[in-house]
Write a protein that binds this ligand. Sequence first.
Ligand code: FAD
Length: 464
Amino acid sequence: DDHNYDCDVLVLGSGPGGYTAAFRAADMGLNVTLVERHSVLGGVCLNVGCIPSKALLHSAKVIEDAANMASHGVTFGKPEIDLAKLLDYKQSVIDQLTGGLKSMASKRKVNVVNGTGTFADDHTLKIDGNDDVSQLTFNKAIIAVGSEPVMLPGWPEDERIWTSEDALSPDEIPGSLLVVGGGIIGCEIANVYAAHGTEVDIVEMTDSLIPGADKDLIKPLTKRMNKRCGNIWVSTKVTGLEAGDKLTASFEGKDAPESKDYDRVLVAVGRKPNGKKIGAENAGLEVNDRGFIPVDKQCRTNVDHIFAIGDVSGEPQLAHRATHQGKVAAECCAGEKSAFDAKVIPSVVYTDPEVAWTGVTETQAKKEGIEYTKGAFPWAANGRAIGLDATDGNTKLLFGKDGRIIGAGAVGSGAGDLIAETCLAIEMGADAHDIGLTIHPHPTLAETVGMAAEAEAGTLTDLY
Ligand code: FAD
């Protein structure tokens, strides 16, 4: 191209998708500008998502574990919670990571521009909120503008009605909290508050927590959530919310009361992509009704030289999908023949116990008529799990008609880490013998993966 553009590649948005794309493109020798409306890099994931939620879930787990130690002969006193310090800790985790991004950007000579970008045409981005730069021209662009929480229509404007972002930076630990939506984000935040002393109720429209996961994996989680929460109402809707001295929610469902008062209400009913907010039409970009920008395997939009990645490009809206797409888009900008062709994208719920799954689920297999066999191993028969008092866990592997692994699921402490091995097994086309004959260290929870495979292969011998 003999045009004189300001940059080879413009990346819009600096979440896990955007920063990965920018760094990869720079590493491949391209001149990269990264535009971000916030003063820090890292997007939702680092600032108000994955990372801060896990920092707070860690103290939740320690509090509950400490209380459970009484039966091991170790008794701790009642926890005293200094909210300011807890939030300082959370912020220090974020700062460490966003600071790291900043120095990695400057080391790579990525030009970071602070401001809100909207497309003026298919080679120009208009920048608002920056005194020095009002527009930038680009040869190629990668859109990584992410998503934002959905609020419920017709609800009052009130500071006590929280998004996940508010819930991760609370002004106080409320006495009572209603969590609307029992999906991943709702359950994680419910777990945090319940452990820190809040009376938590959860209301979920479908018939179980974590819609999308197999019911057998959700059972141990539901059991523990029932212990830590006041009420969990499934197949129930919130029909209205009134803001007075308290927030009064009304319900429709067989077990829920007609109405109940709360100090705070968290709305965790999903996230909507930001595709409609960037002047996409000026660049000729297709955006669907929901705000997603459709892409092909190269992460290319309908406009040849513009790519889209991460939450704005489709589902599942997860950070690890965004980072992998970011690499693909950057490599395509550099002329490589890359494609996003992952067989599986794992999902993890970081509650206690954790729930994790990847590839084909049993629910999906049954619905779509996919033939499978199953090898499972209960954690009650794993020595490490018994020592950890984590016997309510379970690991299962699904194998397809040709004997290769097609899916896996686990519930229990650290299940998210266990599932990583099964993702590799699926990508490499392993069968039950490949996994079962792989020597797993003893005593670990990871042995349950090997044992589940041995159960499938018919070679299981020793327990513990
Ligand atoms: P984002 O991270 O959303 O970043 C987009 C960036 O673009 C933002 O910085 C935004 O300011 C910027 N931007 C938007 N519009 C403009 C514009 N016009 N101009 C300039 N800048 C703009 N995922 C996981 O995989 N694991 C988890 O454990 C997990 N936990 C989560 C917990 C919570 C509470 C939440 C809310 C989300 C969680 N997620 C998790 C989801 C994860 O955060 C997202 O999938 C991920 O951040 C998506 O990355 P992204 O790069 O697409 O966009």
